[in-house]
Design a protein around this ligand. Sequence first.
Ligand code: MSP
Length: 633
Amino acid sequence: MAKRYYITTPIYYVNAAPHIGHAYTTIVADVLKRFYMLRGYETFFLTGTDEHGDKIVAAAKEAGETPQAYVDRISSLFRNLWPKLNIINDHFIRTTDLEHKKVVQLILERVNANGDIYFSEYEGLYCFGCERFYTERELVDGKCPDHQKEPEVIKEANYFFRMSKYQDWLINHIKDSPGFIRPERYKNEVLSFLSDPLEDLCISRPKSRLDWGIPLPFDDNYVTYVWFDALINYVSGIGFPDGELFNKFWPYAEHLVAKDILKPHGIYWPCMLKSAGIEPYQHLNVHGYWNINEGKMSKSLGNVVRPLDLVGIYGLDAFRYFLLREMVFGLDSEFSEEALVGRINSDLANDLGNLLHRSMTMVQKYLGGHVPEKVDPQPEDVGLKEAALHTIDQYETMMEDLAFHKALISVWELIGRVNKYIDTMAPWVLAKTDRPRLESVLHHIIESLKIISVLIWPVMPASAERMQQYLGLEKTGANLILDDVRQWGRQKSVRAIVKGEALFPRVEMKKEMPHTEEEKPMEEEKAQLISFNEFQKLDLRVGTIRNAESIPKSKKLVKLTVDIGEDRTVVAGIAGHYSPEELVGKQVVIVANLEPAKLMGVESQGMILAAEDETGIYVLTVDKEVKPGSKVR
Ligand code: MSP
């Protein structure tokens, strides 16, 4: 088997803005992708939006927009959110994409050619919220259990998919393929459902009632039922039928969903695949629900938690850590801000943050930042090394089993163990009495920290990478894989550095729970937009740096003479990142019509544009040398 991994999230309905439920699934998928990257797998991660059907038409109407304008707007809320949560999906699919529509029609044709579609008059109980017919047996007190509404009786001639034909095959497949639906409780739920005769699936809607959908290729008076359309995204998104990605990744498909959509994924989808002659997916991984105050999160209750609010207050990695550490995969969890704050202060600020800080300070103070490679280990040191290496194996097994909380617990056990080792070894005493022991102890601490940094990377990528920079590692992030740290001491520390700021500062509980209804983020997004006219007011120019000199007494500032057709003096805060010699001759982008300002006694007549991330500041430059003073548009 090739080392490949294909992970999907549900494609989210665009009838509401993203909340922590969507964020959780997508972050879990991201963590899994990153974990498999660390194991040297080739990975593909697909997410997207589900944009057809009654629900969407109703939401667009309520918003006073055309369906197309509405789906474009909400879909981009999802698409734009993911990078802010450090999600590295490889593709974002929309069911309104032309390519997807073609694949849905192709599969409908195949299923039809296989004799699995028939036309029939049907009268049934229909829930508009769920967009599906209910059987009497499924109703609770005559109502749809999800929407608490009585379904309406609808009589329609429609197309049906002969799902019943695949019932026995599916039961056997579930029984014969361990973990096909996991955890076990959801497999049992599906099997229990399959113990009664399976009804065929109505897969069309007459255009007279709904025209926002994909037309059936064999009858233009009908559009495709939204679930039959949506599930197909998992293959259309990687180029079914003969795209390279499809051939490469479909045999490794892992779906990730919450329990609310178990039935379409556990029953409809495998039957659809079978009928279309496509191999079933590998695993359906099902998680529970995040609840608030022991109830469901819902727009009408006004208790929807928006991820960016929390990220803004507590930081992205703390938020990601909390979601993965708190929920037992498969079970429901209660979301509370108190619990989030508790975890940040105890696990992140106290345990990990302190460990890193005290270790780095000692390496700096006693060894000038140089971690010794050759040491003479004593039994206590060997004990720590073995525990650290054992943690990698434990972590891998637990991550494979989707037991994220256990994987993190095992990392935190190691963190606790290193903290205890420091207390017992007391390097501050060894520093005065026994230099070789000091070196061995610090070596073992730093090597353990390297392992910890790699193990936390899938969950907290930015913090792990900062940690790896502090540790002075040449390889960081996705380049530093599990095999690298499995070999103790192989990843050399070039020079460990101490940073003043804590990796995870302590936080306090904010008084107000940051939840609001759905409309707010959209208004905020609008408020941040500027018109083209406003943008045109900026006079951006390319300039060549003719001269650069540091400004006495300033660590950050450098005085530049920039030629933009005329010479401008510009003061820039990049001294720590570039030497004056490096800057001379570079072409940079400057804001030429900025009000002059005095900085450390020097008048700056413009501003240089630069990008900043945690590794440094980098000036913006052009792809090819241009005439000084050229306008940037
Ligand atoms: N469009 C369908 C999915 C089609 S997939 C072919 C859909 N969309 S949805 O917007 O309702 O998303 C449902 C999914 O969002 C859940 O399965 C889960 O992944 C996530 N969650 C939504 N609310 C959630 C919680 N309260 N808790 C955890 N996850 C939740 O269904």
